[in-house]
Every structure is written in structure tokens, then in C-alpha cells.
Design a protein. Structure first.
Lengths: 264, 294
């Protein structure tokens, strides 16, 4: 064999170096996963969760005055609709649930009861407004789906890209990895509704992206999740409107208390 | 001997690389091992939640959504906002827990060990008041109880799945809300940093047995702004109002003239102020209905 001009121990070093760097280039594979959404769940979200209203209390626990829009990225069209808010008219028109659509439902004080409807459908019942959301992992929305307060929700477990830091030239020993973590929910096919009970509008073309991020309180041991919601609605919003709401798991269903929608 | 060293040294280092090389693969579950998400960047604070509290400032008497005990209510009632005009207080920093849920953007960057490239610390710089936090990632212990307390405290972090869990101790007394609602220096804070695409959410769990009846849990969202640049924050004190030496603005019990203005402006029942943690939960809707009915 013709020598390439390197001493044998140097060649050995190069080989080892090459093999060790292979791990850096080895990106996670997109292999089809035969497990159901329920089997893939990194945490069990089943149970009853209470909202804990420590933020925006005055906009959530009571209905704020007409015209109050502080903290909202609204355009002029939205402000016109907001100024015309008339809860009596909404009730008379059978639209008392306008503030109970998916973009605002879990922002209201209430309890969420989460169960698996089947292996690929998560059901979220909400006692305030007596609403039910179905979160589909497999079926994508078809074109003829009727618009509704809760719209059509499609979900996936987020596979977060993570970084393992390597050392030296090329980051030896490091690389890119993945962790299955939060639940991402995308909701479309909504009926137009309210982002706050005082008539802040979203249009039927709004797209809602939510993340459920689970955690265990490192001190008390309680289970929590954050519901991070981002609403994209160019018709009424000047940019992505992001809110995060906190929920704590309860030991039982004792405080479950359905109440009907109220426009006031 | 020199020849042997020359021959085996490169092989030794190559073997070392092989042994320390970590397998890169997809993981399930919430355990992240040595992995970490990339939090680096300039994060814009859109102030979409608690906008008034964090921006122009809350009304005196607005204690809504806070699980306060009696001592906290009395301390808050005594608060006079002109205390902030005292020269020794004008440039007070924001505490680590309040800063996350206040005004201002954050810049985050990673500090690495120059040899191993392991993360030693995450650094956070706050655009408002210019405070700089360090979250130690190298496993060092927290200082003993008697160590000095600072505005930003002493923070250590660890990754739990995609979330950086940060524990902060040794904090100074400060406020939970910028209207005098107190947080004591006995408090400690656990924060959960989760990045989802261009959104960074920081959830605070604040434990304060002096002023809270249960942990205060609140979250703040930030949006990645690749064009953002952190400026310099310079604070210089001036004499804002003539005042006799040693005077500390405050109100004695029952003398705060602004305490109930908030409730009048927003047509809220004053009874709410005393209800502490009860007001955080959905069943409080029934209590509100009952108050209004009475």
C-alpha cells in the first residue's frame, strides 16, 4: 500500500479524531415513529387543572370597562369594533360565548379537565363556559369543517433541538440533540370572538398557536403547566399577541363547577 | 523516553476525545442530561400581560392577584411612592424576580469554560436599570445564609428537559408590585426558562413566608429580536425634592389617602383587597357575585 506520508501513529490520531467527530454530524433522524400520540407523551397531562389568576386579574376575573385596551397590539379596525361592544346585543343574538373561544377560553378563570378521547385525540373540557376542545394528533382539518368557538386543533409533541457543547476545533464530543417536550397545538377554523370580555375582537381568520409546557414545582412537588398562546390575526392585530397562563394540577374533581357563557 | 512520548501522546489525546465524545441522539421524556437549549440573544419584552403594573405603574391599593398575608397588606398601605425620590433609592436595581416581570428587555449570553467549552454560566443583562445576573451552571453551592444579599441574588441553574430551572437566594427586600407590595429578603425564587422558537417564557415561583400565604406564580413572555442591541444604562442621583435629613416618606396605618382610589376608578368592591390567595382561583367568581349582590 502506498504511504500517504504520515507516520502510523499520526494516521491513528487522524482516524480517531475523524470517528469522534462523526457524532457531531450525526443529526437526529426523521424516522417514522409507530407509537401513538398517547404513547409518545413525555408527561401525563390527564387530570383536573385549576387556573391560577395572578396576572391580568382585572381583565380576567372581572369584565373590564368598555374601551380598555391596555397591553393589546390592536389596529384601528379592532378599536372600532371594541368601541361598539354591546353585551346585551351579543346575548340577544345568541353570541354570549364570544369570549369563550379557543383564543381566550383558558385565559378565563376556570378548571380544565384533560383526558384522552382516544390514542390520538386529547380532550380538554373547561368548566367556565362549559366548553370542550378536541386536540387531534393525526387528522389534519379538511376543507369543509364548520367554524366553531373552539375551531379545529391539531397537535404534536415538540421535539426541541438541544445543543451539547463540544471541545476544541469542530466541537469534538458535542452535537445536536432532541428532547420531546412541550405540546404544540395549532387551531384554525374559528368563529370570530373576543380576546377579552370587553369586546376585543379576533377574526375568524385568526390562527392560534399554543404550547403546553409541564413542570414540577421543585419546592412543593405540585404539577403545573404553562399555556403559552400566540395569536396571529392581521385583520385586527399589529403583531403576534402572546400570553401565558398558569395551571396547577388538583388531586380530584371536587371543585369542577360548570357555568354557562356570560357576555357581561 | 522522548520518542515514546512523541509516539503515544497524539494517540492518548485521540483516545481521550473518543471517550469523552457524547452520543447524539433523540431523547424522550423530560430529562435533558448534559443538553441545553440555546437561550442566547436579545429578548424584547412586549408587556402584553400586567401592562400597567409593569409599564406606567400600578395604582396604590391594587393588590389584585397576589396571595398576600396581613403583614404584606399593612406594609403596602404604609408605602408612599415619593420614597423613590430619596437620593439613596433613586438608582436601586430591580431584583431578579421583579426584573423578570417588569419593564425592559433582556440580553442573554453563555459563558463557557475556555478549555472544555462546558457552560459555566448564563449571563442576563437587563435594559432597565442595567442589572446583570449570573446563573451559575457549574454545580457550585449557594453561599451560607449569612452571606450578603443583593438585588439580583445568587442563582444556580440546571436543565430539566427543555427548561432551565434557576434557583435564586440571597435577595434584598424589594417589592412584588411597584406600589409597595413587599417581598422580604427571606424569600427565594425558582424560575423556569423555556424557549419555544422565538418565544422565551420565564415563569417565577416566589416563596416568601414573611409576606405570602402561598407561592406567587407568574409568567412573562419575551420575543427574540435579532437586531436588538443592549445600550448602556446610566443612573445618576439628583435632589428631586427638598427634604429634611432623615425623613423617609411613609403613611401611618389608616392615613394613606390613595388606598381606595383604584377601586373607585374601576368600580371594584373594596372587600377584594383583603381576600389574599382566595382571589386567585375560579371559585372566586362566586364570591364576587355574592359581594355585588350584597
Amino acid at each position: 500500500m502506498r504511504s500517504i506520508g504520515l507516520p502510523r501513529h499520526h494516521l491513528c490520531f487522524c482516524m480517531c479524531f475523524f470517528l469522534s467527530t462523526l457524532s457531531i454530524a450525526q443529526l437526529p433522524q426523521d424516522e417514522p415513529d409507530s407509537r401513538s400520540a398517547r404513547e409518545m407523551a413525555p408527561v401525563d397531562l390527564s387530570g383536573t387543572w385549576t387556573s391560577v389568576i395572578a396576572e391580568d386579574w382585572r381583565y380576567r376575573m372581572v369584565t373590564p370597562p368598555a374601551g380598555e385596551l391596555q397591553g393589546l397590539p390592536l389596529n384601528e379596525a379592532a378599536q372600532e369594533i371594541m368601541n361598539a361592544w354591546n353585551p346585551e346585543a351579543d346575548e340577544a343574538a345568541g353570541l354570549a360565548c364570544k369570549a369563550y373561544g379557543a383564543p381566550n377560553l383558558m385565559r378565563l378563570p376556570g378548571r380544565a379537565r384533560i383526558t384522552w378521547e382516544d390514542d390520538s385525540t386529547l380532550k380538554i373540557e373547561y368548566d367556565n363556559g362549559d366548553q370542550t376542545r378536541l386536540i387531534h394528533f393525526e387528522q389534519m382539518p379538511s376543507a369543509n369543517i364548520q367554524r366553531s368557538w373552539q375551531g379545529y386543533s391539531h397537535a404534536q409533541w415538540v421535539r426541541e433541538t438541544t445543543i451539547a457543547r463540544g471541545i476544541g476545533f469542530g466541537g469534538v464530543g458535542g452535537g445536536i440533540g432532541e428532547i420531546t417536550g412541550p405540546l404544540q397545538i395549532n387551531t384554525t377554523h374559528l368563529r370570530e370572538g373576543y380576546l377579552r370580555k370587553n369586546g376585543v375582537p379576533y377574526s375568524e381568520n385568526a390562527e392560534l398557536t399554543e404550547y403546553i409546557v409541564w413542570r414540577r414545582d421543585t419546592v412543593t412537588g405540585d404539577e403545573w403547566f404553562s399555556l403559552i398562546s400566540a395569536i396571529d390575526d392581521p385583520q385586527y392585530l399589529r403583531g403576534l399577541y402572546i400570553r401565558s397562563s398558569e395551571f396547577r394540577k388538583e388531586t380530584d374533581d371536587a371543585m369542577w363547577s360548570p357555568r354557562p357563557c356570560s357576555a357581561r | 523516553m522522548k520518542t515514546i512520548m512523541k509516539k503515544f501522546t497524539p494517540m492518548f489525546f485521540a483516545l481521550l476525545f473518543m471517550l469523552t465524545g457524547r452520543t447524539v441522539s433523540a431523547q424522550s421524556g423530560t430529562g435533558g442530561g448534559d443538553y441545553e437549549a440555546d437561550l442566547q440573544g436579545y429578548w424584547r419584552n412586549p408587556l402584553y400581560e400586567d401592562n400597567r403594573d409593569r409599564g406606567e405603574g400600578p395604582y396604590i391599593g391594587d393588590y389584585l392577584g397576589l396571595p398576600l398575608n396581613e403583614a404584606a397588606l399593612r406594609a403596602a398601605e404604609a408605602w408612599d411612592p415619593t420614597i423613590l425620590s430619596l437620593e439613596e433609592r433613586q438608582c436601586n436595581d430591580y431584583a431578579a424576580d421583579y426584573a423578570a416581570h417588569s419593564i425592559g428587555d433582556q440580553a442573554i449570553w453563555r459563558e463557557a469554560d475556555p478549555f472544555t467549552n462546558k457552560t459555566i454560566a448564563w449571563r442576563l443583562r437587563l435594559s432597565w436599570m442595567g442589572g446583570q445576573r449570573t446563573i451559575w451552571m457549574d454545580g457550585r453551592p449557594h453561599p451560607p445564609d449569612g452571606a450578603p444579599h443583593t438585588w439580583l441574588g445568587f442563582s444556580t441553574g440546571e436543565w430539566v428537559g427543555p427548561t432551565l430551572v434557576v434557583t435564586t437566594t440571597h435577595l434584598k427586600n424589594t417589592w412584588l408590585r411597584r406600589n409597595g407590595v413587599p417581598r422580604s429578603d427571606k424569600a427565594y425564587v425558582v424560575q423556569y426558562f423555556t424557549r419555544l422558537g422565538n418565544i422565551l417564557t420565564i415563569v417565577d415561583h416566589i416563596y416568601d413566608s414573611v409576606y405570602l400565604t402561598e407561592p406567587l406564580v407568574r409568567s412573562s413572555d419575551y420575543i427574540l429580536n435579532p437586531a436588538g442591541r443592549m445600550g448602556t444604562f446610566v443612573c445618576e442621583t439628583v435632589e428631586e425634592a427638598p427634604r429634611d435629613l432623615g425623613v423617609v416618606p411613609h403613611y401611618l396605618p389608616g392615613e394613606n389617602p390613595s388606598l381606595f382610589e383604584f377601586f373607585e376608578v374601576f368600580d371594584l368592591p373594596v372587600e377584594v383587597m383583603q381576600d389574599g390567595a382566595d382571589m386567585l382561583y375560579p371559585e372566586y367568581l362566586d364570591r364576587l357575585e355574592q359581594i355585588r349582590a350584597d
